[in-house]
Ligand binder design. Structure first.
Ligand code: KG4
Ligand code: ZN
Length: 339
């Protein structure tokens, strides 16, 4: 029998709801972005995010249920309700968690709290069920950067992680410094398209040093360079910075694939939407005889379909979460560090 799961995602600045069948088939996925709300402030304002989630969660869930053809069901229309339980902004997380628990209680179905980072891993699996495993997943978002070995649903190990800033955070900070606005990733990518990626030789911290990542020194190098060369072209700075991040991520992905004898490389998280990164990972994977799985742009950034997919496998494996389980802003990734 098909198991439908309704999931909501409110960990940061997208209010999202989705219905997914058996953790594999997306029946509906709705994302209401708050970018316009926060752009004015140059970053996410937690208090505003929480309030906006509260205002939007009901219409967003109603739209997802309607799009999945479940709008007027008399019986509980899904087998479980899931929400992102962490990591994220506490006020934002609580909206989704409280809403999902209330709905699960009212419908008499299980509630499943999902780790946001684990959710990101399912984006590739959702779109490419034939993925060749084991896979190295480069999970690069605004708050986290991890290199994960995935041998199947719920089977992950951490091969490397950032020792300072997340990759997305570096994009956001450099964009803010260059006056390119928020969110920084797309702004840098756009500016970089007009620049020369070889114009400035920015450092590639820890490039050949294990599988951990570091972006803070690169960000500082950009700041120092621009202060010392105030007339430099912003497009060249953006392109050269982006080239450094791409080279670091590609190098680490390939090294991780060798170490873990992976058969494919996947990207996940908001930074995975970056065009030059996608092209470089594909080229490198092809060259190394590895499969490359790159989620669609909508599946890279925050959405609830990936949360519903993770919820499905966790419900099957562990059963429901307790109804008194809370939201955890600092929830750690559920895989152990292996190297
Ligand atoms: O996964 P995500 O949507 O939210 C978090 O869980 O953090 O990732 C957001 C991050 C932001 O730092 C944003 O600047 C970055 O992903 N991002 C990009 C691009 N689109 C979003 N970074 C580089 N290039 C992009 N095209
Ligand atoms: Zn995310």
């Amino acid at each position: 029998m098909t198991r439908l799961i309704l999931a909501v995602e409110t960990s940061c600045d997208e209010t999202a709801a989705a219905v997914v069948a058996d953790g594999r088939e997306i029946r509906a996925s709705v994302v209401a972005s708050q970018v316009d709300l926060h752009a004015h402030f140059g970053g996410v304002v937690p208090e505003l995010a929480g309030r906006a989630h509260l205002a939007r969660i009901v219409p967003v869930v109603a739209e997802a249920l309607g799009a999945a053809g479940l709008g007027s069901a008399a019986a509980p229309p899904v087998a479980a309700v899931a929400a992102t339980a962490g990591p994220g902004l506490i006020g934002a997380l609580l909206v989704g968690v409280s809403f999902a628990k209330a709905l699960a209680m009212a419908w008499g179905v299980p509630y499943v709290g999902v780790n946001h980072l684990e959710g990101h891993l399912y984006a590739s699996l959702l779109e490419d069920p034939e993925i060749r495993l084991p896979a190295v997943v480069v999970l690069v978002s605004g708050g986290h950067s991890l290199i994960v070995e995935m041998t199947g649903p719920r089977a992950y190990a951490v091969l490397g992680e950032t020792v300072d800033d997340a990759a997305g955070e570096a994009f956001d900070k450099v964009a803010r410094f260059l006056g390119l606005g928020y969110p920084g990733g797309p702004a840098i990518e756009k500016a970089a398209a007009r620049g020369d990626p070889t114009a400035i030789a920015f450092p590639r911290p820890m490039l050949r040093d294990g599988l951990d990542l570091s972006f803070s020194g690169l960000k500082t190098a950009v700041v120092h360079y621009v202060r010392a060369h105030p007339d430099v072209s912003g497009a060249d700075v953006a392109a050269s910075f982006q080239a450094a991040v791409v080279e670091i991520l590609v190098e680490k992905a390939l090294r991780a694939a060798v170490v873990s004898r992976a058969r494919s490389v996947c990207l996940a998280g908001g930074v995975a939407a970056n065009g030059p990164l996608r092209a470089a990972i594909r080229r490198a994977a092809d060259g190394a005889g590895l499969g490359a799985y790159l989620p669609s742009l909508a599946m890279c950034t925050d959405n609830a379909a990936m949360i519903a997919a993770a919820a499905h496998f966790n419900l099957v494996g562990d059963g429901p979460s307790a109804l008194d389980a809370g939201a955890e802003p600092g929830l750690a990734f559920p895989g152990a560090r292996v190297r």
